[in-house]
Design a protein around this ligand. Structure first.
Ligand SMILES: C[S@@+](CC[C@H](N)C(=O)[O-])C[C@H]1O[C@@H](n2cnc3c(N)ncnc32)[C@H](O)[C@@H]1O
Length: 393
């Protein structure tokens, strides 16, 4: 493929990503995988170059662009070599017409920039939300140690502040390595690892991971508990939860799974009311802290969506509160940096539950935010998280 043909392919793929974002369809990652699967004739170097162009264009556009070409033109505004590829060559994009529409730049839609600003995320931090994320892994202490793992890995790594964390170069194909198949490590952002550390699950405890999804954090809790005690992973999403047992088997983690009925969570959890030492609430959220990995997610948000997430967060917090024994604890986590999904949710929870107190979560990096704690890509070089540690009196 010529460089210009790669640009035109990236424009075509962007059109598909934009259409999916507008209609609430599949994520950019899935759209790209399907688009490339249907074009097997495209070689691996070209695929990588097309993907890189598409993701760079997504990062460059704060609002959902009208067309893939307008998005690519926005990227080309800061890149003369890219602009020169709009040369009308065979398979390449047509030349740039005078006054041709260019997509808006910026970090995010205006209302969202304002909401981040009001939540103490300044311009430098907002820009950091769109940098490329490193690839972090967590040594699985059920099977190895961080030092032993480091010696076995086929690529260089550096230690991160999370006690079992290692950082690899972006793009390392870690999930294809035999050490991954053996369950010696999991791919998990260092910030996510630190939230699990802050929860401090211990052997012998009864722990519920209420919003377990496919088990990213469940596996870390299982390792911390050394498979002693009871670990119950719950979710309302059958497809996500069904991926957990296979991952747990690979990691050697013993965990029960429970599919809950939305709105009737307490029915499915009736045997665990006031019976848990701890409940982890990794609540559904807008994901504003994970734009480094999913930059197109910011095209899909709306004030209404944030309000819906806030309502869901209040709901799962109240369910979790019923499960914790007196003296027990809960850790609320969101990968969002908006106060509406973080500090404000905790204030509202404490207003509804007078028998609960917030405790400063133990974390070696980050900053306090309201009654919780925050990790940010700019200051902490992790995904963005808000988390709060709560104790039942
Ligand atoms: C942030 S994701 C969890 C990610 C997961 N803990 C991990 O580390 O990979 C939030 C999850 O909450 C689930 N969820 C939403 N509402 C819920 C509810 N009422 N009860 C339990 N889970 C819920 C969603 O299906 C989603 O899987």
């Amino acid at each position: 493929m010529t460089p210009a043909a790669r640009v035109q392919s990236a424009i075509d793929l962007l059109d598909a990503v934009i259409a999916a974002a507008r209609s609430g369809g599949a994520s950019a990652d899935r759209v790209a995988s399907e688009w490339l699967r249907a074009r097997r004739f495209i070689g691996s170097k070209d695929r990588r170059a097309i993907r890189d162009l598409v993701w760079a264009a997504i990062r460059a556009c704060g609002e959902v662009p009208n067309t893939g070409r307008a998005a690519m033109l926005r990227l080309a505004q800061g890149d003369a070599a890219l602009a020169a590829l709009f040369d009308g060559s065979r398979y390449g994009p047509a030349g740039i017409a005078p006054g041709e529409p260019v997509a808006d730049g910026g970090v995010a839609p205006g209302w969202l920039v304002e909401a981040l600003d009001a939540s103490g995320i300044d311009e430098a931090e907002r820009k950091a939300l769109l940098t490329r994320a490193p690839l972090d892994i967590r040594a699985n202490t059920l099977k190895t140690s961080r030092d032993a793992l480091r010696l076995r890995l086929p690529a260089p790594s550096s230690e991160v502040v999370a006690p079992q964390g290692l950082r690899l170069d972006t793009g390392a194909a870690a999930e294809t390595w035999p050490e991954y198949a053996e369950g010696l490590f999991e791919v998990q952002d260092a910030g996510s690892q630190l939230t699990c550390e802050a929860f401090a699950a211990k052997p012998g405890e009864t722990i519920v991971d209420l919003c377990a999804g496919a088990g990213g954090k469940t596996l870390a809790l299982g390792a911390a508990m050394a498979n002693s005690g009871r670990l119950i992973a719950c979710d309302i999403d059958r497809a996500r939860l069904s991926r957990l047992p296979e991952r747990a088997t690979r990691a050697g983690v013993r965990a029960e799974t429970r599919l809950l009925d939305p709105g009737k969570e307490r029915v499915g959890l009736s045997d665990l009311i006031s019976a848990c030492d701890g409940v982890l609430v990794d609540a559904p959220c807008s994901g504003t802290g994970t734009w480094r990995r999913n930059p197109e997610a910011r095209w899909r948000l709306s004030p209404k969506a944030i309000a819906r997430y806030a309502q869901m967060q209040a709901g799962v917090l109240d369910v979790a509160a019923d499960l914790v024994r007196p003296g027990g604890r809960m850790l609320f986590i969101v990968c969002s940096l908006l106060d509406a999904e973080g500090a404000e949710r905790i204030d509202a929870f404490l207003g509804r539950h007078r028998d609960w107190r917030a405790e400063g979560p133990a974390c070696p990096i980050g900053k306090p935010r309201g009654k919780g704690w925050r990790l940010t890509p700019g200051a902490d070089r992790t995904d963005g998280f808000f988390f709060a540690s709560l104790r039942r009196l």
